[in-house]
Design a protein around this ligand. Structure first.
Ligand SMILES: [Zn+2]
Length: 546
C-alpha cells in the first residue's frame, strides 16, 4: 500500500487552503442554500421546500467526499450529522434521492441524475472508508447500489458517473456485481435508450464513439468509467476506443490551459480546433474530468504523455477555478476578456466549487504509483511517499523551480524509482537530485485553430501565463510580442518588452493595407493564468499576437 502526504509546496499549500477555507465555505453554502435541508425535509425534521436543482444531493456528497479525503477536521460534527441524515432519509429498500423521494423513481433518467447522485454517494463513502475508517456512509451507498443490482439492471443514467463509482465500489468490496453493473451500463449506452442524443452520449456505442462529443463533463466521466472497466476486465477493445477518444479530446479539442468544452450551448465540445479564447466555456469540472481521464490512461499504459496532460489541467484549467481566498470560484474559464468577469462565492448550479473541494482534498493520490519493488512519481510535489518498496522525502518548489531533491530510505533490493521519463536505482540514504530546465517559452497552437492564428501563449514549465490589465497601461489587444526578445522569470511572473500596435481608427472595414509597424514599446508582465482576476475584474488575455 502506497501512501503520500503532501507538505508545503504548490500542491500542499493548495490542500491546506482547501482545508482552511474551501471545505468550510462549501459546507456553510450547502447549509444556506438548502442542499442539506433537503435531507431534513425527507426525514420530517424540516418544513422547508426543496432547495436547489434536482441533483443537489450530489453537491452534498462531493463535499462529504472532500471531508473524507481530508480526514478528521473541524467539519467532523457536520459529517456525523449528514451521515445520520443519509441513513434516516434512505428508504427501506435502499433508494435515496431527496428530489424524487415520495414520487415516481427512475422515470426520467435522461435528466433526473438519480444514478449520478448515487455515484457521488459511493465516492463519498469510499473516501471515508479509506481515510477516516468510518463505514456508515459507505453502508448507505452500498444499500442503494444493491437496489440497482437487484432491480435496476436495465437502467441507464443520462449523466455518466455511476460507472466509475461502481468500479471503485467493486475494488473496495470485492463484490463483482458492481463491476458487472458498470460494465453493463457502458455496453447499453449508445443504443437509443436515452433518446440517442449526442448531448447524453447516447448517439453511438462507446467503441464507435471515438470523437469527443456532447456535454464535456459527461463525455469525460464516461471515458473514466470505460477505462476503469478495462482496468478490471482487460477488455482491450475498450482501451483501444479510449485511446482514440483521448486523442480526439487532447489533440483537437482542449485549450492550452487543459480546459475542455468550448461551447456554452450544451456545455459541449465543439468541432476539432474550435477553441475560441474569449467565448471559451471551459467548465472547471471539465478540466477536472479531463485530468481524471488522463490519470486512468496513465494507469492503463504507463505512458508519461498522460501525466503531461494531467499537469496542464492541474496548474491551469483546474487551479484557476478557485481564487486566492479559497472562497470564490469560476465555473466557465475564458482565456480572454475585456473585463467584467469575476470569481463568485457560489453558483445556483454549484458543481464546480464542490468538485474543486474534493479534487484538492484528493491531490495526494495522484502523485505516485508503485508496487513491492518500485515507485513511479507522476506529479512533482513536496512531501513524503511511503510504500513497501521504499520511503521518499521529496523537496521541491516545482513548478516555480525545477530542482527536485529526493531522499531515499530503506529501499528493497533492486528498488527502482521512476520520475516521469527518468529511471533511477538509488541506494539507502541516497539523495537524488533532478534539475529540470524551466525556461520561459512561447507556445503556438495548431495552424487550424483559427481563433489564435498568429498569436502565442506564454508558459514556463507546466504553467501557462496571461497578461492582465492591472499590469499594463495600454489596452491589452494592442500588445504585440516579438518572438526574438527573451522573457525573464522573476517572482512567479514573466517579464519582458512588448511592442504596442497603433490604436485603430473607427472604420470597421477598409481597403487592405499592409499593417503599420508598431513603434512604441512597453514593459510586458505576465502572471500565471490561474492567478488572474484576483485583483479585480479587468481585461485579461492568454494569447498575444506576434
Ligand atoms: Zn462544474
Amino acid at each position: 500500500m502506497l501512501e503520500v502526504a503532501l507538505r508545503g509546496g504548490f500542491l500542499g499549500d493548495w490542500q491546506a487552503l482547501n482545508r482552511s477555507a474551501t471545505i468550510p465555505h462549501c459546507i456553510s453554502m450547502l447549509e444556506r442554500t438548502g442542499a442539506v435541508e433537503n435531507f431534513r425535509r425527507v426525514t420530517g425534521e424540516s418544513p422547508a421546500a426543496y432547495g436547489g436543482f434536482r441533483y443537489s444531493d450530489s453537491d452534498v456528497y462531493k463535499v462529504l467526499e472532500a471531508t473524507g479525503w481530508a480526514g478528521e477536521g473541524p467539519w467532523t460534527p457536520w459529517v456525523d450529522e449528514v451521515a445520520r441524515l443519509l441513513a434516516a432519509a434512505q428508504e427501506d429498500d435502499g433508494y435515496l434521492n431527496t428530489y424524487y423521494q415520495g414520487g415516481p423513481r427512475f422515470q426520467e433518467l435522461e435528466h433526473s441524475h438519480e444514478l449520478y447522485c448515487l455515484g457521488h454517494l459511493i465516492q463519498a463513502g469510499i473516501a471515508h472508508a479509506r481515510t477516516t475508517g468510518r463505514r456508515d456512509i459507505l453502508d448507505v451507498a452500498t444499500r442503494f447500489a444493491d437496489l440497482i443490482v437487484r432491480d435496476g439492471q436495465d437502467l441507464l443514467e443520462g449523466h455518466p458517473e455511476p460507472e466509475l463509482a461502481l468500479v471503485e465500489l467493486y475494488r473496495e468490496t470485492g463484490r463483482e456485481q458492481y463491476l458487472a453493473l458498470a460494465s453493463r451500463m457502458i455496453e447499453r449506452r449508445g443504443h437509443g435508450q436515452l433518446g440517442g442524443t449526442e448531448y447524453l452520449l447516447d448517439h453511438a456505442p462507446v467503441r464507435e464513439a471515438t470523437a469527443a462529443a456532447g456535454h464535456a463533463v459527461r463525455q469525460l466521466y464516461l471515458a473514466c468509467g470505460v477505462v476503469d472497466v478495462y482496468l478490471e476486465t482487460g477488455d482491450e477493445s475498450l482501451l483501444e476506443a479510449m485511446r482514440a477518444l483521448w486523442n480526439s479530446v487532447f489533440r483537437e479539442k482542449t485549450y492550452v490551459t487543459g480546459a475542455a468544452g468550448s461551447r456554452e450551448s450544451g456545455e459541449a465540445f465543439g468541432e476539432p480546433y474550435e477553441l475560441p479564447p474569449a467565448t471559451a466555456y471551459a467548465e472547471t469540472c471539465a478540466a477536472i474530468a479531463g485530468f481524471m481521464f488522463s490519470w486512468r490512461m496513465l494507469l492503463a499504459t504507463g505512458e508519461p504523455r498522460f501525466a503531461d496532460e494531467m499537469e496542464r489541467a492541474l496548474y491551469n484549467g483546474i487551479a484557476v477555478g478557485v481564487g486566492e481566498s479559497g472562497r470564490d470560484f469560476f465555473y466557465a474559464n475564458p482565456l480572454a476578456t475585456h473585463g467584467g468577469v469575476a470569481r463568485r462565492p457560489w453558483f445556483a448550479c454549484c458543481c464546480c466549487p464542490t468538485n474543486v473541494a474534493r479534487f484538492a482534498a484528493s491531490l495526494q493520490h495522484y502523485v505516485a504509483t508503485g508496487d513491492e519493488r518500485s515507485i513511479q512519481l507522476h506529479l512533482l510535489a513536496a512531501g513524503r511517499v511511503s510504500s513497501p518498496a521504499a520511503e521518499l522525502e521529496i523537496e521541491t518548489d516545482y513548478p516555480w523551480d525545477g530542482r527536485v531533491e529526493i531522499t531515499v530510505r530503506r529501499p528493497v533490493e533492486g528498488f527502482e524509482l521512476s520520475v516521469r521519463q527518468a529511471r533511477l536505482t538509488p541506494r539507502d540514504g541516497e539523495r537524488v537530485a533532478l534539475d529540470l530546465e524551466l525556461p520561459p517559452r512561447l507556445i503556438a497552437a495548431h495552424p487550424r485553430v483559427d481563433a489564435v492564428r498568429g498569436q502565442v501563449a506564454l508558459a514556463r514549465g507546466p504553467v501557462v501565463y496571461c497578461v492582465e490589465q492591472a499590469d499594463h497601461s495600454v489596452p491589452l489587444d494592442q500588445l504585440r510580442i516579438d518572438p526574438d526578445r527573451p522573457l525573464q522569470a522573476e517572482d512567479g511572473r514573466l517579464t519582458g518588452v512588448a511592442t504596442v500596435a497603433p490604436a485603430a481608427g473607427d472604420v470597421l472595414y477598409a481597403e487592405y493595407a499592409p499593417p503599420s509597424h508598431a513603434t512604441a514599446e512597453t514593459r510586458l508582465t505576465a502572471i500565471p493564468y490561474f492567478r488572474w482576476a484576483n485583483r479585480g475584474p479587468g481585461a485579461m488575455r492568454v494569447w498575444i499576437p506576434i
